[in-house]
Ligand binder design. Structure first.
Ligand SMILES: Cc1ncc(C[n+]2csc(CCOP(=O)(O)OP(=O)(O)O)c2C)c(N)n1
Ligand SMILES: [Mg+2]
Length: 386
């Protein structure tokens, strides 16, 4: 029997059109949009501001990796509509369960750049106060955060409070067992949780059609017994309308929803990936032309809701944030290498204790060679002095 992994996708029906409220040319969609309506201009202006600021942060952090000042950063360039709409749908008391890709979601929820970058600088995993921001640590093991979100949502339901959990997942993550368990438990327990799948069409180098054979990820919701929405993930108006409705539904006892945002990862998977090995510059250009920010900008200008002065003000705000982001790279990294062994087991295992002792001896030896009595100065992940 052949696994037939290279055969083309056999779909029983053609892919549907994603739900959208503003099309890629910046015009309001007049056809039926599944009962969803355009958010008011003030809400859209707020989303526009957050997207512009978030993109500036993202571009700045990517630049820091290219300068060798930051070891790694998974960019969300092009995915701002999904990220910002998801965060904007939540109340301050709700919980967000993000991935490594979702730093701009953290930023939009009020986490400071230096606290976001703590983990990318190798300082500490999750450098922000999770309880203050109600944001779980950015998950690197795929889809694990979806189960955590269902757990929190189920607890919220049992306690009869009104907290909703929203989790961001990648398209690739939906192939993980954890995602299926999360979807199933959420539906069976009618947990107040929203799954926002950012279908950026790649799991590193693997395109979506090499890892699933159904039309859309949203279709999968049917199998679990929850509503699923296939949305234009570069249309922030549609993403916001759908995720807000899903959050409201969860809060009022309606159970979970799966929202798929069809978008595109414009940058490499991370700065250590070379995407030219698996996609062409032409493919990327097609999606650059569907830019979520330009689309909303065109619409807002056309209805007179965005003036040149407002645009300049937002740009200044974004530049200030970029400067603050650069500045935080000069802060010393407060990392103690021996912390690596903490919080692994409640009672340290002998093998780990041995490794810890080995590292401690090595650090002491380096300190002695460098003429220090204390541990050597900590350097940034790129090796440059902090
Ligand atoms: C459980 C697990 N398996 C494999 C990996 C390695 N890995 C890191 S990112 C990635 C691709 C994920 O793709 P997707 O879910 O689409 O998210 P994206 O990076 O596109 O945002 C893989 C396979 C991992 N982090 N966790
Ligand atoms: Mg992906």
């Amino acid at each position: 029997m052949s696994l037939n992994v290279e055969s083309p996708v056999v779909s029983t029906a053609s892919a549907p059109q994603p739900l959208r409220l503003i099309d890629d040319t910046g015009h309001a969609v007049t056809d039926d949009a599944g009962g969803f309506t355009l958010p008011d201009p003030l809400t859209l202006l707020g989303l526009y501001r957050q997207m512009v600021v978030a993109r500036r942060f993202d571009v700045q952090v990517t630049a820091l990796t290219r300068q060798g000042r930051l070891a790694t950063y998974p960019s969300a360039l092009g995915q701002e509509a999904c990220e910002i709409a998801a965060v904007a749908s939540l109340d301050p008391g709700d919980w967000l369960f993000p991935t490594y890709r979702d730093s701009i979601a953290l930023l939009t929820r009020g986490v400071k750049p230096e606290h976001i970058l703590a983990s990318f600088r190798g300082e500490w995993h999750s450098g922000y106060d999770q309880y203050e921001h109600r944001i779980a640590p950015q998950a690197t093991p795929l889809a694990t955060q979806a189960l955590h979100a269902v757990g929190l949502a189920t607890a919220s339901k049992l306690k009869r409070d009104s907290t909703v959990a929203l989790t961001l997942l990648g398209d690739g993550a939906t192939s993980e067992g954890d995602a299926h368990e999360a979807f199933n438990f959420a539906a069976v327990w009618q947990a107040p949780v929203v799954f926002v799948v950012q279908n950026n069409q790649f799991a590193i180098s693997v395109p979506l059609d090499k890892q699933m054979r159904c039309r859309t990820i949203a279709d999968k919701a049917i199998g679990y017994g929850m509503p699923g929405f296939y949305v234009d993930g570069n249309d922030v108006a549609a993403m916001y309308a759908v995720t807000s409705a899903a959050v409201d539904r969860a809060r009022t006892g309606g159970g979970p929803t799966l929202v798929e945002g069809l978008t595109y990862r414009i940058e490499a998977h991370t700065n250590s990936d070379d995407p030219s090995r698996y996609r062409t510059a032409g493919d990327v250009d097609v999606w650059r032309r569907r830019d979520p920010i330009e689309r909303l900008e065109t619409y807002l200008v056309s209805i007179g809701a965005l003036s040149d002065r407002e645009r300049a003000g937002i740009r200044d705000e974004a530049e200030d944030l970029a400067a603050a982001t650069r500045d935080c790279m000069t802060l010393p990294v407060q990392a103690d290498p021996l912390e690596l062994f903490d919080h692994v087991y409640a009672t340290p295992r002998p093998a780990l204790a041995e490794q810890r002792a080995f590292l401690a001896a090595e650090l002491a030896e380096h300190a002695a060679l460098a003429g220090h009595t204390a541990p050597p100065p900590v350097s940034t992940p790129s090796g440059a002095p902090a």
